[in-house]
Design a protein around this ligand. Structure first.
Ligand SMILES: Nc1ncnc2c1ncn2[C@@H]1O[C@H](COP(=O)(O)OP(=O)(O)O)[C@@H](O)[C@H]1O
Ligand SMILES: [Mg+2]
Length: 294
C-alpha cells in the first residue's frame, strides 16, 4: 500500500479546498460509492443504482474513478455490447472514466486530478443523477470524488475483518473502544469541508454485502457493533445484499437485477433472483432513490 508520509498527508488536507469549479445551480444529485477495500461490491452496487435510476426514467451520468481497474466501465461496456449484439434495449448512462494523474510532482498531480474530475463532472452536469464509483484505496482523486457526495454509500463485506475499514475496535477495561479509521476520518474531513462551503451534508449510508445465512450469532454481534459505529461515526445502516452467484453472472452481459423484467435479456427470474432484487430495492429505498422524484 502506498503510504503517504505525514507531511504529504497534512499538505493534502491543507489543499483540500480544491479548485474544482462546479456550478451550484441545476446540479445533479451526486451519489458516491466508496470504501477503502477492494472487492466489497462498490462497482456492483454502482451499476445497480445506475440501472435503477435509469429504469425510473432519470438521466444518469456515471464516473469511474477506479479507471485503471475499470470494473464499472467494463460493466457498462458489456451492457452496450448486449444492446448492440442482442438488441436488449437496455437504458444506458452517460459514462466517463477519470484516470489518476501520473504527473511528476504532487502539486501537478493534484491540479490535473482536479481538472480531470471537474471536466468529467461538467460534461455530465445536465443529468438528474451522477453516480461516482471510487477505487479501494486512498488517493487525492478518490477524496475529491468523496467531496462531491450528497449521498455516500459504503458497501462492506460482512465480516469483523472488514469492520476495520470503518474503525479499529478494541475492548479496554470492559469498555468498547472505537478508533475511527483513516477512511472514516477522510469522510469526516469531507463533511467539514462541505459545511465550510455551505453545501448540504453528506448522508453516509453503510450497507453490508455478501451476507451469509450461516452464522446467526456472528450476524447479531456485527449488528450490535455496527450500531455503535453508526452512532459514533454518524452513518445510517441500510439493508445489505446476500451472497449470491447471480451478481457475478450478470456482469458479462452488463445486466443488473433491475433489468430482468425485460424479456430480451433472456434471463429467467428464479426465486433467488426475486429475493436478491428485493434486497437491492430495499437499499434504494433506504437511500431515498426510489420511484418518487425528489
Ligand atoms: N452480494 C454478492 N454476492 C456475490 N458476489 C458478489 C456480491 N457483491 C459483489 N460480488 C462479486 O464480488 C466481486 C467484487 O465486486 P466489485 O463490485 O467489483 O467490488 P469493488 O468494486 O468494491 O472492488 C465481483 O466479482 C462481484 O461480482
Ligand atoms: Mg470496483
Amino acid at each position: 500500500m502506498g503510504e503517504t508520509g505525514k507531511g504529504t498527508a497534512a499538505q493534502d488536507r491543507d489543499s483540500l479546498s480544491p479548485s474544482m469549479l462546479l456550478p451550484t445551480e441545476h446540479r445533479p444529485r451526486i451519489i458516491v460509492i466508496g470504501n477503502e477495500k477492494g472487492g466489497s461490491g462498490k462497482s456492483t452496487t454502482s451499476m445497480h443504482i445506475i440501472a435503477a435510476l435509469l429504469n425510473q426514467g432519470y438521466a444518469v451520468g456515471s464516473i469511474d474513478l477506479d479507471a485503471r481497474q475499470g470494473t464499472l466501465s467494463r460493466y457498462i461496456e458489456n451492457r452496450e455490447a448486449s444492446n448492440l449484439n442482442h438488441d436488449m434495449g437496455l437504458l444506458m448512462p452517460q459514462h466517463r472514466r477519470v484516470y489518476i494523474s501520473e504527473k511528476a510532482t504532487d502539486q501537478e498531480r493534484k491540479a490535473e486530478d482536479e481538472a480531470n474530475l471537474e471536466e468529467a463532472a461538467m460534461s455530465l452536469w445536465a443529468n438528474d443523477y451522477l453516480i461516482v464509483d471510487t477505487p479501494g484505496s486512498d488517493s487525492y482523486l478518490s477524496r475529491l470524488g468523496h467531496s462531491l457526495a450528497e449521498v455516500l454509500i459504503t458497501p462492506m463485506n460482512d465480516s469483523f475483518l472488514d469492520m476495520d475499514m470503518l474503525a479499529r475496535v478494541a475492548i479496554e477495561q470492559e469498555e468498547l473502544k472505537l478508533t475511527p479509521s483513516t477512511y472514516s476520518q477522510m469522510v469526516w474531513e469531507q463533511r467539514q469541508k462541505r459545511a465550510v462551503d455551505r453545501q448540504p451534508p453528506i448522508d453516509w449510508i453503510v450497507m453490508r454485502n455478501r451476507l451469509s445465512h450461516i452464522d446467526a450469532k456472528n450476524k447479531r454481534d456485527m449488528e450490535v457493533l455496527l450500531g455503535h459505529l453508526a452512532r459514533r461515526l454518524q452513518f445510517r445502516l441500510a439493508p445489505g445484499f446476500g451472497e449470491r452467484v447471480i451478481f457475478r453472472e450478470l456482469f458479462p452481459k452488463g445486466l443488473t437485477l433491475l433489468d430482468l423484467e425485460n424479456q430480451r435479456t433472456g434471463v429467467q427470474m428464479s426465486m433467488s433472483h426475486v429475493a436478491a432484487r428485493q434486497e437491492v430495492r430495499s437499499l434504494l429505498k433506504a437511500a431515498g432513490l426510489t420511484e418518487e422524484r425528489a
